[in-house]
Design a protein around this ligand. Sequence first.
Ligand code: ADP
Length: 404
Amino acid sequence: MDTILVVNAGSSSVKFQVYSIEGEGILRRQLKGQMDGIGSRPRLRATGSTGNPLADRAYPIEAVPDVPAAMDIAGAWLRDELRIHPIAVGHRVVHGGPDYDRPIQVDHGVVTRLERFIALAPLHQPHNLAPIRSILANFPQLPQVACFDTAFHRTHSPVADHYAIPHQLYAEGVRRYGFHGLSYEYIAKTLPRVAPKIANGRVIVAHLGSGASMCALSAGRSVESTMGFTALDGLPMGTRPGQIDPGVVLYLISEKGMSASNIQNFLYRDCGLKGLSGVSNDMRELESSEDPRARLAIEYFNYRIGLNAGMLAAALQGLDAFVFTAGIGENSATIRAHVVGQLAWLGVTLDPALNSRNAQLISGSDSRIPVYVVPTDEELMIAQHTVSLLMKTASTNQRQERAS
Ligand code: ADP
C-alpha cells in the first residue's frame, strides 16, 4: 500500500508520521515517532496506529549530532526494519515568507528561496530545511512537499499584515505573517462537519499549546492573527513572552548589555509561563503547583487570551463561535473555564459538566455564542496537502503527455 511520510523537524527533535493512502483522499495514520535529544541524549521512539510500541532506542551522542543524522537513522529504521518506502514526504516549514500562500513541491531552487527566510525564523527554518536537503541529496527522485505555517494567513488584508514602519522594511519581508496556519486550516476544514451552522461565520480559534496563538476566521479564511513577524508575538507561551513593548528589548540592550543572540535565547527560551512563574513552562505543572507565581502565570495567560479575543472580535466585527484547540485547549478544563469567564461580557456561558468531559460543545444552553473543543491535526493536514499536490502534478503530467 502507498504511504506518505510527514516530517516535522525542530532544533533538537525530528517528529515523523506515516500515513497509508486508502482510496481517493482517505488517509490512515500507521505510526508516529520521533528522534529527540539530538546532540544531547538521542532517542528514537515510535508507536503504531493503536499506540503499540514499535521502537524505543537510545543512541550515543556522536551518532546523532544533528537533524540530518537523525533523519538518516529514522529513515533507515523505516525502510530496513518496517519495509516502509513512502511515495512522497510532506514537511512542516515554519516560514513561507511573502512568496508562498500554499504548499509547494520542493526542488533545489525552492530550497534556496526558502533559505532566504531563515532570517525571519532563525530558530525553526534551518532545522525545517535540513531534512529536505538531506532527502534531496540521498533520494532525488522522491517527491517532497513543503507546507508552511504562514501560508493560511496570506489572505490577510494589507492593513492586517503591515507594521507602522517605513515601507522599505515591508518590501523586504518585515510583515505580520501569523503562524500555526496548518492547525487553523485543519480546524477551518473540520468546522463544516462539527458545526455547520457557524462554519461560514465569524470564529475565533485559540491554539493553546507550548506555542500559543489565536486566529480570526471569517467564512473559513484567516483575517487576523495574534502572531506577527515571528512566533514571539501575541499570547504568552511556554517559554516566549508574547506581546512585549519593544522598549523592553532596548532596555535589555542598553542597561543589561545583552547581545542579539542573548536576547534571542532569552525571548524564545526563558520567558512566558516559565519566566513569569519561575516554576515551569508546562501548564500541567503550573496547574498542580501551590506557588503564587505559578498562579499569576496562569492568570496572565487567561487574561491575555481574553484581551486578544476582544481584539479579534473587533477585527471580525462580531463573533459567532469560539474554538479551543492544541494541548492546553483540548485538555485543560480549568483554563477553558477561566477563558470562558473572560468572555462573559459577550454573553458566553459554560456547561461545567460538558467542559470537564472535554466534550465537543462545552457552552451552556443559554450561551449567546457556542464554544467548541476541536482537537487539531497538523500532520494530517500536511499528509493531505502532500497527496493532493502529487495528484495534481500527476494529472498535469498526463494532460501534457496527451497534448504532445
Ligand atoms: P506543542 O505541540 O506546541 O509542543 P502541545 O499542543 O502538545 O504543544 O501542548 C503542550 C501543552 O499542553 C503543555 O503546556 C502541556 O502542559 C499542556 N497540556 C497537555 N495536557 C494537559 C492537561 N491535561 N491539562 C493541562 N495542560 C495540558
